[in-house]
Design a protein around this ligand. Sequence first.
Ligand code: ADP
Ligand code: MG
Length: 745
Amino acid sequence: MIYPHEYNYICKKNINMAQLRLSALNDVLHREPKQLKESKERVSNYFGRNTFNLNVMREYLSEEAYKSVKSAIDNGTTISRSVADQVATSMKDWAISNGATHYTHWFQPLTGATAEKHDGFFKPVGPGQAIERFEGDLLIQQEPDASSFPNGGIRNTFEARGYTAWDPSSPAFIIGSTLCIPTIFIAYTGEALDHKMPLLRALAKVEKAALDVCQYFDKNVKKVSTTLGWEQEYFLVDTSLFNARPDLVLTGRAVFGHSPAKGQQLDDHYFGSIPERAMAFMRELEFEAHLLGIPITTRHNEVAPNQFECAPMFEEVNVANDHNLLLMDLMEKVARKHNFRILLHEKPFAGLNGSGKHNNWSLSTDTGVNLLQPGKNPKSNLQFLTFFINTIKAIYDNADVLRASIATAGNDHRLGANEAPPAIISVFIGSQLTEMLDNLEKNIKAGKMTPEAKTKLKLDIGKIPELLLDNTDRNRTSPFAFTGNKFEFRAVGSSQNCAHPMTVLNTIVAKQLIEFKKDVDARIKKGDKKDEAILKELQKLIKESKKIRFEGNGYSEEWVKEAEKRGLSNLKDTPRALDVWTRKEIKQLFSELEILSEVELEARHEIELENYIMKIQIEARIMGDLAKNHIIPATIEYQKKVIENIEALMDVFGKEEGKKLAKTQMLIVKSISKHLTKLNDLVNEMVEERKKANQIQNIRDKAVAYCDNVKAYFDDIKYHADKLEMQVDDEMWPLPKLREMLFTR
Ligand code: ADP
Ligand code: MG
C-alpha cells in the first residue's frame, strides 16, 4: 500500500523509482515478519538466546573456568591466560553453532557511536584447507588500526596504536553472522580512548566508596552495584518523507518547517493507543532486543506526535549502557525494515517536545537492599538518608560537571525548550522528604545529644514511608529528580551515550561518599557515637546543599531568576558548559580518583568542542543549501506564477481595473519578496560568519564563535523560511511539511 501523501510526494517531488518500490514494500512489511511468529512463544523461552551469558558459559566451560569468569564479572578479578583460552574456544564453538562466521571487538570510541571491525573465524591452513580458530589472545586484546577515531591529540600518527580489550562483565552477543565482544578501547600509552573505560573506573570507585559507608549499617554487605534504567525517547518518520528532507538525512533535525496547525496541544498522542504501524515496528524491535538479552519491558506514545518511548528493566550500569547502545543500533535497523526512519536527535522539530534519555540511577547491595529505597525501620532509613543526602550534596558541589556531561549541540536545542529540563541543574525530592530534611536540619543539636533527642530523631526517621506519595506526584520539570527509590537524571540527551553522564555522576558520588566516611570517622574518633556522628554529618550536608533543592516549576522564568539569586549556574550553551573541564579542581577530582587523567580530560574536552563545531557547521551548511537550492528557487517560481496572473489580469481588464483586481496577488508578491530578500541576506551573512569562525585557531574560541555568531542566525533564517512555507503554493513547496511527517500513521 502506498499512502496517498507519499504518492503525492513521489510524483510531486520526483522521488526516484527505488523509493517508490520501497514504499510499495510497505504492505509486505505491514504483515507480520516471519520471525515474529516466534515471539508468540513466551519471551522467557528466547530471552538472551543470542548472548554468551552465564547459563551458556556454565554449559560450555569447566567448573574452574566458569568460576573464574563469574568472579571477574562480580569482583573485577583478572582472568588467567588459560581460562581466557577456554572462554575463547567455547565462545567460538557456541557462536559457530549459532550461525556466526565472524567475530568483532565491539567498542565505544568518542564519536558517540559504537564501532566494530569484523574478522573471520576461519584460517587458511594450506591450499584449499581451512580451520575455524579463535584463541584467548584474540579474545583478550586486539589492535584495530582505528587511527581515524577522535583522540584529542592523545595519539599522534607515530603513536597511532590503540588496543581493544575484552570486558568480561558484559556478555558477548551475536548479531547476524557476527560474534560481538564488548571491549574497552585504550591507547598504547594506556589512556582511555573510549566511553567504557572511564565508566568502569568510576563504577569501581563508587561501589567501593558505597561499600565502605554501608559498613556503618550492615557488616554483611560485601558488594555494592550501581544500577541504571534508561528510558529511550525517539521519533518515527516515514522513510520516503525522511529521504525528501536533506536536513533530516544529514542532521536528524528539521532545520526548517512551520509548526503544524495541530501539534501536541490536545495531548491526544501521549499514552494513546499505539498506531498499528508503529506497533509492528516496536514488536519486532522488542523481539530482536530480547534475543540479545536487552530487557525491554515498556513501550508507549510520548507527548509529541510520532514520538515514542521504550524502557527496560534496570540493570548494572555497564551492561545497561551497552544494552542501550545496542538498542539504538537495532532501532535504526528494524525501523528501516518497516519503512520508517528513526530520529534519535534531541530536538528534531522546533515547537514540539524534544527527546531525552532519562537515566534512572541507584545503588544496591548484594544483600538485596536498594540503598535509595526508604526502609522499614529507623536503621535502614538512616542508611537510606545517608545515600540520599550524600547524592544531593554531590550534585550541589558538582552541578557544573554534571551539566557539562550532557552538553552537546543536539541537547542545546532541547534544554530549556518545550517540556525539557532547563540547563540549570537542581534536585527535586518531593514534599515529604523536604519536610524530613528540614526537620533533621532543625532538630539535630550540636554537642552531645541527649538520649531523648536521639530517640525522637530515630522515631522521626523511622516514619519515612516505604512508598512515598511524591513517587506518583512527579515534578516533570526537574533535571534531577528523586522518584521514590532512585534518582532520575532527566537532562541526558536521547542520542547520547549514557556512559559519559554516568561516569560523571558516579565519580562525584564516589568522591562525596569518601569524604563523608572520612568526616564521620573523625567525629567518631572525637567521641561521638556512630549514629550521632552520622546524623550530625548529614545535618551539615543538608545545610550546605540546600540551594540545589528546588520543588517548583523548572520551566518558569521565576526559577531562572531565583536560581541566579541562589548562585546556581545557568550554562546555556555547550562551549561554555564545557569550560568546566579546564577548572583546576575538576581536573584534580578526576585524576585523584583515577577516572580520567589530565591528558584524558583535555583530550575529551577538545573532542567535545570539535564535535560541537562540526555539528553546528553541518546544520549551518544544510540551512544554506536548503534556502538557496530548494526554498528560494521554488518561491521564485511561485512568485513568477503570481506575477503572470497579475499581468494577465491587466491584459484582460486593462491596467487600472486589472491592478484593482490583482490587489491580493500584489500583496503576496510583495510579502514573498520581503521574506525572500531577508532569507537570502541572512544566509549570506551567516556564511560570512562561518568563514570568520573557520579562521579561528583556538578550538574553544572557535566553538564560541560558532555558537554566538553562526548559530545565532538559525532562528531568524528559519523564521523567514517558515513564513514562505505558509505563502507558497503547497503543490510547489519542495520539502515535506511537519504536518505530513508527524501525522503519518
Ligand atoms: P517513568 O514513570 O519515569 O517513565 P518508570 O517507572 O517507567 O518511570 O521507570 C523508569 C525506569 O526506572 C525503568 O527503566 C526502571 O527499570 C528504572 N528503575 C527502577 N528502579 C530502579 C533502580 N533501583 N535503579 C535504576 N533504575 C531503576
Ligand atoms: Mg522517567
